[in-house]
Each structure stands twice: as structure tokens, then as C-alpha cells.
Design a protein around this ligand. Structure first.
Ligand code: TYD
Length: 138
């Protein structure tokens, strides 16, 4: 494994939230300086059923920041030694996950949207999809 990130390196990143003084809603934005890598891809999960489970993989080199743009969900992170569950439910709070962290996502609320900004384009070769392979890479 090229890196040794642990679940202690996973952290929340709060992006700005501009609330309309006329009660016309909120605005948040993501600028490059607030994300700890240069963004090469944005994707989002939606239409996830409330019993849906996503993730179930780790990345070899990719870093990501996940946002609950709508609704909420749980993310279980696992570095092979320790596990932790994080609940995301604010469109202006992202979860930074560096490479080498196994993640599982569940307990999606109805109509939730998970937006992900990522440090690279999609490459299947960057995935560990098998937990044993992930553990053996440590
Ligand atoms: P996957 O990363 O397994 O999704 P999740 O972790 O949310 O369950 O991706 C699901 C499918 O979508 C898989 O066949 C790969 C494909 N995919 C792309 O083609 N491009 C992408 O940017 C992503 C994230 C996935």
C-alpha cells in the first residue's frame, strides 16, 4: 500500500453557507482552496432506497469529500484496525476520506443525495472491492 491513512485522517470540512437575509434560502459553494486535493470529478448518488447500501470498497489512491446535499445517511469508515460511523446531514459539511479507507454507506433517508468530489477520474483499477484484498494490502 502506498499510504497509511487511518480513520483519524477522515475529517469534516465545513464549506461556507450564505443565508439569505430575506429568508429566501441558503447558498453554499465549494472552492478549490477548501478541498485538500484538486477536483477532477464530481458525481452523486440519488434514488437510493431507504434500505440501500452503497460503498463497500476502498480506494488505492483516490481521495474524496462526500456531502449530504439532501437528506442524510451513515458512513462507516474502516482502516483495517479501527472503525467509526459518521452521520452526514448538512449540505455544507463534507466528509474528507483519504485513500486506503474502506467505507460503507447505509441508512439513507428518503430522497437523500450524496454528492462526491474526487481527486481523480473514475478508474476501476483504483478500487479494492474485496475486503480481504483491502486487508492484505495493509
Ligand atoms: P461504485 O463506486 O461501486 O458506487 P458506490 O460505491 O456508490 O456503491 O460505482 C457503481 C457503478 O458505477 C460501478 O459500475 C462503476 C460506475 N461508476 C462510474 O462509471 N463512474 C463513476 O464516477 C463512479 C463513481 C462509478
Amino acid at each position: 500500500m502506498m499510504n497509511k491513512y487511518s480513520i483519524n485522517d477522515v475529517r469534516e470540512i465545513t464549506i461556507p453557507k450564505i443565508v439569505s437575509p430575506e429568508n429566501m434560502g441558503s447558498l453554499s459553494f465549494i472552492e478549490k482552496d477548501i478541498i485538500p486535493f484538486s477536483i477532477k470529478r464530481v458525481y452523486y448518488l440519488y434514488d437510493v432506497p431507504i434500505n440501500g447500501e452503497r460503498g463497500g470498497h476502498a480506494h488505492k489512491n483516490l481521495s474524496q469529500v462526500l456531502f449530504a446535499l439532501n437528506g442524510s445517511f451513515e458512513i462507516i469508515i474502516d482502516d483495517g484496525n479501527n472503525k467509526k460511523t459518521i452521520f452526514l446531514n448538512s449540505p455544507n459539511i463534507g466528509l474528507f476520506i483519504p485513500s486506503g479507507i474502506w467505507r460503507e454507506m447505509k441508512k439513507f433517508s428518503k430522497n437523500s443525495i450524496c454528492m462526491v468530489v474526487a481527486s481523480d477520474i473514475y478508474k476501476e483499477s483504483d478500487y479494492y472491492r474485496n475486503y480481504k484484498d483491502f486487508i492484505n494490502s495493509k
